[in-house]
Design a protein around this ligand. Structure first.
Ligand code: NDP
Length: 283
């Protein structure tokens, strides 16, 4: 007997672990707000099962999926078609099932830029930006950041060769008005940056990327991509250096979800109340 098809359009987030994912709450809130009749669930998978789990969800009538750690590269590879943003990131955080095809999207970078510029009111144009890390999240953020014409973008990573490989891959895509370079964590120079983004996963283990506190500017901003952990070691370091504009990645998470919702449903939900609901105070 064929599995029962859902009565309304069905979406899911897939990852491992998945129990603490905020995506079901976020999308349920978006659906209520916009009057969209959808079902949204969470699926825990494994690297071995990932492709079968995605195809089985689609066969049950699923219309799209959000993809989280550690499956963003597998999702990118599984897709039949990849959007420009997914290609730039080399990873997918959203899948759309359309006309028998799996389409890969990546909204992490646009979510980050929307959060910093629109929600936090910090324009990137003309700024000196230091990005820590060279993993998937950073790779997805580079082009959306460069599109805002910062003066300088320095990508610093524990393993410097990953940062220099990223900047080399950008090559001709780099906007002429932005100076871009990759380096090690101790190669960031002596001038403070307007914006320091922690795109490493160090905070997940309560670790601190080994950077000079002189990287922070008291009039600038420190942004931690990890969310829900209050003042991480990175944010504490920024605070001790005099930075008062501190943010974590909950806004990034909600904004990328809003982009996925727009892609799937054709309507962009408002995000402020959802961010406020999920924000863990930075204390
Ligand atoms: P990856 O595993 O792809 O990359 C991890 C990065 O962190 C690498 O650059 C690695 O350096 C660096 N790193 C890990 N531990 C340390 C440490 N102790 N000191 C210095 N550097 C370290 O992860 P992602 O890029 O996918 O994710 C990065 C972070 O961003 C995660 O914490 C994730 O939770 C968060 N994220 C948040 C999102 C949001 O919506 N808010 C969306 C996506 C990600 P090396 O290369 O030298 O090993």
């Amino acid at each position: 007997m064929e599995p029962a098809r859902p009565v309304c359009d069905s979406y899911a987030v897939i990852g491992n672990p998945i129990g603490h994912s905020r995506s079901p709450i976020i999308h349920a809130s978006f659906a209520t707000q916009t009057g969209q009749d959808i079902e949204y669930t969470a699926i825990e998978s494994t690297p071995e099962r990932f492709a079968d789990d995605v195809r089985a969800f689609r066969a049950r009538g699923g219309r799209g999926m959000n993809v989280t750690t550690p499956f963003k590269l597998l999702a990118f590879e599984l897709a039949d078609t990849r959007s420009e943003r997914a290609l730039q990131a080399g990873a997918a955080n959203t899948l759309c099932f359309e006309q028998g095809r799996i389409i890969a999207e990546n909204f992490d970078g646009v979510g980050l830029v929307t959060d910093i510029q629109r929600n936090l009111g910090f324009s990137l144009a003309g700024r000196r930006i230091l990005m820590l890390g060279a993993g998937g999240a950073v790779r997805g953020a580079l082009m959306p950041i460069l599109a805002e014409s910062p003066a300088e973008l320095v990508i610093a990573n524990r393993h410097a060769e990953r940062a220099t490989a990223l900047t080399a891959a950008l090559g001709p895509l780099t906007a002429a008005q932005t100076a871009v370079r990759g380096c090690s964590l101790d190669g960031i120079g002596s001038l403070p940056y307007d914006l320091v983004i922690n795109g490493t996963s160090a905070s997940l283990g309560s670790e601190l990327p080994a950077i000079d506190p002189g990287a922070f500017s008291a009039t600038g901003m420190a942004y931690e991509m990890v969310y829900g952990r209050g003042l991480t070691p990175f944010l504490k370091l920024a605070q001790r250096a005099g930075v008062t504009r501190l943010a974590d990645g909950i806004g990034m998470l909600v904004e990328q979800a809003a982009e996925a919702f727009l892609r799937w449903r054709g309507v962009r939900p408002a995000t402020r109340a959802v961010i406020a609901q999920l924000t863990v105070p930075l204390v």
